[in-house]
Design a protein around this ligand. Sequence first.
Ligand code: DC
Length: 224
Amino acid sequence: MHMKQPAIITIDGPAGSGKSTLGELLARRLDYLYFDTGVMYRALTWAALEQRLDLNDVTLLEYTARSLHIEVTAPIYTDGRQYTVLVNGTDVTWLIRDPDVDRAVSRVSSYPGVRAELRRQQRIIGQQGQVVMVGRDIGTVVMPDAPLKIYLQASLETRAQRRLAQLRQRGSRLSLEQVCADIARRDALDQHVMQPATDAIVLCSDEFAPEEEVAYILALFDNL
Ligand code: DC
């Protein structure tokens, strides 16, 4: 038993740094909720593409962010998913991983009004506690008072290899070069929200297996 359990662990870092693997393992070990905040930006982007909205129309995207009902629940199928994402009741868990969403999501998530609304919704979930929250700005902006903050880094090469393996599993034929270029492009766009919190513990996942990271973080957690 952990005596003084911090209610929230935040894990931030760039695409492909291993946040979701680490977050899910930690949440399982602690019996906490695993909450990947990126799915909210992806769900909004999917809806905007589906409705053929003009991605330059900030007002419309802000309105859509406020009016969509995005839910993240436990997996409803055993098809390799970590959770189920519903948008107005439609299961979009796999649809939000589509390369079209990958391409557009940085733009949609760059608008301050959109971010303010999705952060508000994320806070409501975070404040319920017992949660591992994964994203870019969780330790800095969404949950700045979280007692344990991790910032996960990895080299571009490692991150591209991981993303490629995921995409291949889903039948994609993209090359390593294409995936590398896409990640580098997204890094540049996401840069403004990708700074480690001053009180974050920075880990480089090139050097560790996920289980080693989990053991290290659980040790920190026990000593809080
Ligand atoms: O982690 P991911 O690749 O699923 O994130 C999708 C996009 O959402 C990515 O372009 C960055 C953005 N994002 C964000 O701006 N803030 C977050 N807390 C999480 C994701």
